[in-house]
Design a protein. Structure first.
Length: 465
């Protein structure tokens, strides 16, 4: 049986997928949170720049790994090669158990909530609502919309990533046009409000506010998450030696520029009171710029943003379970590739069914609970570039400012782990316990694992000294 995924994604296609995975609801709510911490628009912009630097450092680092091993699965592949199959499995297990599955469900529910502004249904209406052991279980119109969206995009992906990328590209272009149009108009019309900004902070002021800046940067970093999406689809990118690094770097830089422009627009068009209120900043800002009618159009645009992020998450997550199954570390049927469409169709369907089960739960707390554990694995993944360098793996791509770049990213991850654990040690411990549940499951599949599976050497355009 052929377990290959076809290399059909162009540079444009892969950038569109990465861009959509990064741009979600974070940019529309994070500015108010940051302003509430710093109370200074210049510092708010500085924090977004620092978050961009951290994310680009990660992008530079992960690009190296994706080029060395251009296979489906992302971190799962690199952790397996650098450390052990068990650590890799725990990362994949976390993706299935919570991170990707819950993210897909949360995006589906968010779509249902925002569509209520456009369609004649009440978002608060529920078909059933129970409480079991203190856990709220409910299902209403937002959940129904979410399930339809999840299976709808899964169905599209069934026919191959090329078909899915056509829709992804359309959403990508719309987002670029709208973000640029909104930012240019907002800055042009409200540029005079620069005079209301306080003086630019001096180095002394910045130093005295270091602790606040470090706190404020955390939500910014979460808003940038998704820059590693291309690592999950690396097996399907054309000319991986050239296009993977371009995708991950150009895509992350593009999002960083747009985030800066959008946040500058928010700071110029919203009063301090509106920023501190932090209630629908994107909608309120668009209304201030274009009038009250903008509320409808901006809600429609926000639905497109969510759809793009949902589609990218469905694409990325399914490749992880496919890669695990191909190695013998998960259910074998998930490794099947459609004979005509070359899609991991069983992995896609399995993911849709599992993620849809989460629709009835409030899952955002789970996403935050396991964040510390995921960040530790992310730091380990970044450190693997040093391990592979010692083992003699080389490629034409060189990480800019190496070794400072991966060290910067690793330090940032560990800082976040420390802060999140300090703020809520019980939640962090619970997250690591959830991650550890993958250990007994790993040993169930361990006997089937093939250390050097027959796929890899055909895929790796690298030299090993």
């Amino acid at each position: 049986m052929d377990f290959h995924l076809n290399r059909t994604l162009s540079l444009k296609d892969s950038i569109a997928i990465l861009f959509s995975s990064m741009v979600g609801s974070g940019v529309f709510i994070t500015t108010g949170i940051i302003y509430g911490i710093l109370k200074d628009p210049w510092m708010v912009l500085l924090v977004w720049i620092l978050g961009a630097i951290f994310s680009i450092a990660g992008a530079f680092t992960f690009a190296k790994l994706a080029i060395l091993f251009p296979l489906a699965g992302g971190e799962y592949v690199y952790l397996k090669k650098a450390y052990s199959p068990m650590i890799a499995f725990m990362n994949g297990w976390a993706s299935l158990l919570i991170t990707f599955s819950a993210s897909i469900s949360v995006l589906g529910l968010a779509l249902g909530e925002y569509l209520a502004f456009l369609l004649p249904y009440e978002s608060s209406h529920t078909f059933f609502h129970y409480k079991i052991l203190g856990i709220s279980i409910k299902f209403g119109y937002p959940g129904l919309v979410g399930v339809i969206a999840i299976f709808g995009f899964t169905f599209i992906n069934y026919f191959g990533i090329r078909k899915a990328s056509l829709i992804q590209n359309s959403i990508f272009y719309i987002q670029i046009v709208v973000f640029l149009f909104f930012s240019i108009v907002a800055i042009s019309l409200f540029g005079g409000n620069f005079s209301t900004f306080p003086d630019f902070p001096t180095p002394t002021n910045l130093f005295s506010n270091t602790s606040l800046i470090l706190i404020a940067i955390i939500p910014v970093i979460f808003s940038y998450l998704g820059w590693n999406m291309v690592t999950y689809i690396a097996e399907e990118v054309k000319e991986p030696e050239k296009n993977i690094s371009r995708t991950i770097i150009l895509g992350t830089a593009l999002v960083a520029v747009l985030y800066f422009l959008v946040n500058l627009s928010f700071l110029l068009t919203l009063s301090p009171t509106e920023l501190l209120k932090n209630d629908g900043l994107g909608v309120q800002s668009s209304m201030n710029v274009f009038g009250k009618s903008a509320k409808f159009y901006f809600s429609f645009f926000f639905c497109l943003v969510i759809l793009g992020s949902l589609s990218a998450s469905i694409i990325g997550g399914s490749r992880i379970y496919f890669a695990m199954a191909r190695d013998g570390l998960f259910f074998p049927f998930l490794s099947k590739v459609h004979v005509h469409y070359r899609s991991p169709y069983n992995s896609l369907l399995f993911q849709a069914l599992y993620a849809s089960l989460f629709i009835v739960f409030d899952l955002e707390f789970l996403l935050y609970t396991i964040t510390s554990a995921i960040l530790v694995l992310s730091a380990l993944t970044a450190y693997s570039v040093f391990i592979f360098a010692k083992r003699g793996y080389t490629s034409k791509y060189k990480i800019p400012f190496y070794p400072v770049t991966p060290i910067l990213y690793i330090a940032g991850c560990l800082f976040l782990v420390f802060h999140l654990t300090w703020e809520n040690p019980t939640q962090a411990l619970f997250g690591f316990l959830i991650l550890s549940t993958g250990i007994p499951v790993y040993f169930i599949f361990k006997k089937k694992f093939v250390k050097n599976h027959h796929m890899e050497e055909d895929h790796l355009p690298v030299n090993k000294k």
